[in-house]
Design a protein around this ligand. Sequence first.
Ligand SMILES: C[S@@+](CC[C@H](N)C(=O)[O-])C[C@H]1O[C@@H](n2cnc3c(N)ncnc32)[C@H](O)[C@@H]1O
Ligand code: SF4
Ligand code: SF4
Length: 475
Amino acid sequence: MDKRLEFSRFAHSFSKDGIRAYFNSLRLKPVFVPNEIDEFLLPYIDALNKQKSLNQIEIDVPIAEIKNTVDQLIKNKIVISDPLFDEAVITHFKGTLGKPYIKTAFLLLTNRCNFNCSYCFVEKDIIANKQTLINMSIETALKTLDFFTEMIRRDQDQFEEEKSIILYGGEPLLNKETAIFIIEEVQRRKEKGTLPAKLNINLITNGSLVTPALVALFKKHGVKMSLSVDGNEESTNACRCFTNGKPVYQEISRAAALCRDADLPFGLSVTLSEESLDNEEATMNVVNELGAVSLGLNPLLNADLPIELKPDYGVRTADFLIRAYKKFRAEGISEDRMMRKALAFAHSSIYPFDCEAAGGNQIVVSPEGEVGLCHGFIGDKKYFVTTVDNLEFKPEEDPVYLEWAKRSPISIDGCQDCPALGICGGGCALVGYRNEGSIWNVDSNFCLHAQKTLEWMVWDLYDTMTEEIGKIFDG
Ligand SMILES: C[S@@+](CC[C@H](N)C(=O)[O-])C[C@H]1O[C@@H](n2cnc3c(N)ncnc32)[C@H](O)[C@@H]1O
Ligand code: SF4
Ligand code: SF4
């Protein structure tokens, strides 16, 4: 077999300050090469391939250093000797996709809301599709839990792995009775062992209907509450308001105070509007101001909505997310979106999906009990495939679930040459669908975020390594 050395088709590099960082986008282990060595890599590899004497290449750095670098590039699959290797690796990763198994249930307890946020992709879709405004009944909630219990029971090997139920809407606390019923029924099922111990209940709420009694109940049952806010008072009130137009920030602040008073740790769901980016410092400070323990930063999904984003929104958001990650990492506060990519990079493991819908690991249940994959389609019910009555439903045999379970950059043709291929997760399929008509399209703003994040992580690793080496030499 031909054993010529060549760069892998998944090899990429970034250059900065006299250093080139090489990496394989599916292996994610960078090799840092100073320019004075980098310039001799290709002549050296060429000499090896032609079996020329190595002293026939004129170099002014020790040949052992170049050899060592090429060995590192080979070890980390940046340079390969078998032309079939790349194909074997991508085929292997494609083979791991397409196996739906339910881990997350988004329950829309209502499609009603007492807010009218200008960017809301859920409410706008419900209104545009003239959906009847209703709450999920206790009967439907019970059937929903039966359905979820049955879906996860089927695979006993994965049963005890972490799962999530997300109480969502509309504003979920407009249907307090069903929320309480679900929280208590989940507890009963956990005690009986029909639902796994590691099942989290997350409530995402606009905060306006949080009461001391609810906070006490959430604390008793370990419900993880996330309050939605866009930054400080000015930024939040810019896009979020009551249906009568009144400002909302004071309500969010009141809900946060109730949680602090009751010692209930809570998170924030921070949606990044133009105003949040304009007031960057204040947006980041809202975590301390409200006393939250974690946050998720949501870039605005401009999924066919009546909102105008400036042309530089994608770049500004990508840079904001990196600065926010650095700040929160230093303060020991976890930010979900960046953390997931950072962990995948640190463990050199592929990150195939950026949400549970792509991956086929999620059910979304409408207030009427219809079951779909993505809550962004709650208005037109696209990709809603069955109902909670159908306990025979098999995601692993359903064509829609099977398609979504493969919706990863690993199997998107346009992603194959991207440096962020292994770390990206593919962003939001809903945006691809709304803007380009297919879940297989990617969101260019998301690509900016994934690619900039990767480059930042590579140089962050380099800085950490040089700092560690410096410490060793400093004794
Ligand atoms: C749809 S709301 C439902 C739960 C509850 N009503 C609330 O506001 O927290 C859930 C989250 O989605 C966010 N969101 C709404 N529209 C969005 C959009 N177009 N892009 C990104 N996030 C959005 C909201 O800010 C909120 O944090
Ligand atoms: S409170 Fe939540 S559901 Fe209601 S309009 Fe705002 S983002 Fe949408
Ligand atoms: S979605 Fe964009 S950033 Fe992610 S791999 Fe594909 S092209 Fe790259």
